[in-house]
Design a protein around this ligand. Structure first.
Ligand code: ATP
Ligand code: MG
Length: 449
């Protein structure tokens, strides 16, 4: 709060005067500003330097910034310069005066196919351009799709993923490939923590975005986080009746859960659907006047209604209890934690040691495996724990029995596991303790209607 006040009339490096706060993200705040000598209006993203330094990726950030500064494309937010003071890093960027694309979408419920295609063409042109220069976005989502004064799409934060990545690497370890922010746009291989190809992951996110533009709702939606992950992993979505056959076919190729068979950007750009009315770089204002205005209430597709915090908080209140049905109750347990993966893993290691379990860290699959030794008391009881990052510094740990007797698992869970995990648990999900209190309201979105 105090910082925002000071920033109000602050002049940075004697050159830019900070104006109002445009928005805030996970790692930074974005202000409108103007160059004192030229009057040029810019957007300045302010990072806390300490956070960047702690993330230990200063070199990587510097390298990426160098690359980004050379990314000149009409549909990519230009990075003008980077400045630093002792405590902050400032990214001076092109100002996208049209605001977020999804604000426009929220006004009109959904876009007719030609309008959606036009934005999608601009998105893909930008993505293709950056990929061809070896830069992957890895966080394509509505907040990063902005519009300029003429209604043209501007993708922001290209190449900035090093910052987010570094910070999560600092919090956790290699077990974790970050899935910050809303999981709704994230490719299955990213969620499943298999090492992933940035290009293919970006294409998946573009598929989710195309769906949202055409439908006015998310393709993958569930108030329950684990079920949402499952839907994404299976690419379980349903197209509304008004989708054209060609749009459906393309979506199936973009939202292919297997990154190896998912369509490439070259093939995507060669498709007739994509090439129709192709004028992606025109500076003619985009006419969205004929947007569909349905009589249904405004659908809130903004991730502010779908972020991971909401999902967890809603999950614990609404859904998780249901998930713990008779069958699963005996062989699964789930909790959320605010500790790093390192802390969680080492805690599980200690529990394994105390119970004379063998302990294996399967980094590739992002899970921990505990197996009872043959001569041990808990003969043949085996379990695995999978750790998901669902929001910055919030993890959900899912534990499953993979061998042995269910009653034995229950005993072990109640008498040893639960008490010894104690201090790293933020909340048991679906268990008997109350969910954490979060101030997020349950959104009124009806995205699955
Ligand atoms: P993340 O923390 O994952 O990056 P984010 O994209 O929402 O999430 P920021 O990139 O910090 O966070 O941006 C915050 C908000 O500021 C954006 O949602 C957008 O509305 C606004 N914004 C960002 N860049 C610009 C820009 N160049 N011009 C105008 N508004 C911008
Ligand atoms: Mg952003």
């Amino acid at each position: 709060m105090a910082m925002e006040k000071n920033q109000d009339s602050k002049v940075i490096m004697g050159r830019y005067k900070l104006g109002r706060l445009l928005g805030r993200g996970t790692f930074a705040k974005v202000y409108k500003a103007h160059n004192i000598s030229t009057g040029e209006v810019v957007a300045i993203k302010v990072f806390d330097k300490e956070a960047v330094r702690r993330s230990g990726t200063v070199d990587q950030v510097r390298r990426e910034v160098d690359v980004m500064r050379r990314l000149h494309h009409p549909n990519v937010v230009r990075l003008h310069e980077v400045m630093a003071t002792r405590s902050r890093i400032y990214f001076v960027m092109e100002y996208a005066s049209g605001g977020e694309l999804f604000a426009r979408l929220a006004e009109s419920t959904r876009f007719p196919e030609p309008v959606a295609r036009r934005y999608f063409q601009q998105l893909i042109t930008a993505v293709e351009f950056c990929h061809s220069r070896g830069v992957y976005h890895r966080d394509l989502k509505p907040e990063n799709l902005l519009l300029d004064a003429h209604g043209n799409l501007k993708v922001s934060d290209f190449g900035l993923s090093a910052l987010a990545d570094g910070a999560s690497r600092h919090r956790g370890d290699a077990l974790l490939h970050t899935t910050c922010g809303t999981p709704a746009y994230v490719a299955p291989e990213v969620i499943l923590k298999r090492g992933y190809d940035g290009a293919k992951a970006d294409i998946w996110s573009c598929g989710v975005i195309l769906f949202v533009l055409l439908a006015g709702r998310l393709p993958f939606h569930d108030t329950n986080l684990v079920l949402l992950y499952k839907r994404i992993a299976r690419s379980d979505y349903q197209c509304p009746a008004w989708f054209s056959i060609d749009a459906r076919k393309l979506l199936a190729r973009l939202l292919d859960p297997n990154p190896n068979t998912r369509i490439t950007i070259t093939k995507l750009m060669a498709r007739t659907w994509f090439q129709k009315d192709s004028c992606p770089l025109s500076d003619k204002p985009l006419d969205t006047s004929e947007t569909v205005t349905a009589s249904s209430p405004t659908i809130n597709v903004r991730p502010s209604s779908m972020n991971a915090f909401d999902i967890i908080s809603r999950s614990s209140v609404l859904d998780l209890a249901k998930m713990f049905d008779a069958e699963h109750k005996t062989s699964e347990a789930r909790f959320s934690s605010k500790e790093t993966t390192t802390v969680i893993v080492s805690k599980l290691g200690k529990i394994a040691e105390a119970g004379r379990f063998s302990f294996k860290l399967n980094k590739e699959k992002g899970r921990v495996e505990l197996e009872g030794s043959q001569d041990g008391r808990k003969r043949a009881l085996a379990l695995e724990a999978e750790i998901f990052e669902v929001a910055p510094s919030v993890h959900v740990v899912e534990m499953r029995k993979t061998g042995g007797d269910s009653l034995e698992f229950q005993d072990f869970y109640k008498q040893e596991l639960k008490p010894s995990l104690g201090d790293i648990v933020w909340a048991w999900q679906g268990g008997d303790s109350p969910p954490p209190t979060l101030t997020t309201a349950v959104p009124r979105s009806n995205t699955n209607s």
